[in-house]
Write a protein that binds this ligand. Structure first.
Ligand SMILES: Cc1ncc(COP(=O)(O)O)c(C=O)c1O
Length: 342
């Protein structure tokens, strides 16, 4: 049984996040200066010229967000417009044809509709993955943008991120490498992930960690695929928005909810020394679409280990996560209008 045909209702064992693809994808092409009508197709390999711009000059970006099946069977997608705007901003930064916001929204809704049977029940979700890439066949185009592009919305049923139980993460603090080029941090492009992979695998091998927290020059930024929070009762600290890191939609949602619940939320630059002092008695957590909020139990920095609080996922982290997940799964009101019914 391959990944694409595996049953989505009763997975024999929990498949890894993203390893199962829903049967239908939605495709649009850009040529002659405009986006053509999109169409739903079977999720399958696509023909691509080996001279395609993306294969040589990495003209590509993507998004990731979720649609949830509520207890009454209805399906709701979380903060679709914010993800579409982030995709358009990534496209602009990479000089790729910018997706039309209304067309991309229609493509996402079509992908959910056509894959309705593949949307798992909570705590699972349908993960949506729009990708955009330059296809002009020209291998001398390092300094020339691609004039042709393809936009595809893929969907993937995902199950409970914490099915093995909530486990505190072990994080290596890297104050030597940068995750991305300075101006590319807020662009969701494959090259950034390729750049972070080597340092992440090296840290895994050397320190048996789950992830790397990049802190170039000692300033705390984010991990390879999540934003970073310091947490205490009634108080959050996270880096202020700048060009150096990805502006997570989950980060924004947590900041909004925490403020509404009376938390003091500080958004500012902080360094490794302040973080290590904070975690002696406080909590730390990673935020992102996949896990929502994942607690950190240990930080490893320059060969030293620092236990975060008592080494377990902290109570404030658990509560904040539960508050946001309840909204996503339709068990709590959505005062900010973050969900779109499909
Ligand atoms: C580098 C990076 N930072 C942060 C995030 C979290 O972003 P979001 O909360 O929008 O999923 C992600 C995940 O998309 C990411 O890849």
């Amino acid at each position: 049984m391959n990944a694409a045909t595996q049953s989505v209702h009763a997975p024999p064992s929990r498949p890894a996040f993203g390893s199962v693809l829903a049967p239908t994808m939605v495709v649009a092409e850009f040529a002659d200066g405009r986006w053509k009508a999109h169409e739903a197709r079977a999720t399958a390999p696509i023909p691509m010229h080996p001279g395609a711009h993306v294969l040589h000059y990495s003209s590509t970006c993507f998004e990731g967000f979720k649609a949830y099946r509520w207890a009454d069977g209805s399906i709701h997608v979380f903060r679709m417009q914010q993800h579409i705007e982030r995709m358009r901003q990534s496209a602009r930064a990479l000089v790729l044809p910018e997706p039309d916001a209304a067309q991309l929204a229609a493509m996402v809704l079509t992908a959910i509709e056509r894959n309705r049977d593949s949307v798992p029940e909570a705590p699972g979700a349908l993960y949506l993955r729009p990708i955009l890439f330059g296809t002009t066949p020209n291998i001398g185009a390092a300094a020339v943008p691609s004039t042709e592009a393809t936009l595809i919305v893929l969907a993937s049923p995902v199950w409970d991120y914490f099915s093995g139980g909530i486990k505190p993460l072990r994080i290596f603090v890297d104050d030597e490498h940068t995750r991305t080029a300075a101006q590319m941090g807020r662009v969701k492009t494959g090259g950034n992930y390729a750049a972070a992979l080597g340092p992440t695998l090296e840290a895994r091998r050397r320190y048996k960690v789950d992830q790397v927290l990049f802190a170039p020059g000692g300033e705390v930024q984010e991990t390879g695929a999540a934003n970073f929070f310091l947490v205490r009762p009634g108080h959050l600290l996270t880096r202020s928005l700048d060009a150096s890191f990805l502006h997570g939609v989950t980060r924004d949602s947590l900041v909004t909810l925490a403020r509404a619940n009376g938390f003091e939320v500080e958004e500012r630059v902080f360094n490794v020394a302040e973080m290590l002092e904070w975690v002696a008695t406080g909590e730390a957590a990673l935020s992102g679409t996949a896990a929502v909020l994942a607690g950190v139990g240990t930080l490893v920095h320059r060969g030293e280990e620092y236990r975060v609080g008592n080494g377990d996922v902290g109570p404030v982290t658990r509560e904040l996560r539960a508050t946001l997940v309840a909204i996503q799964e339709g068990r709590a009101p959505d005062p900010n209008g973050w969900l779109t019914r499909v």
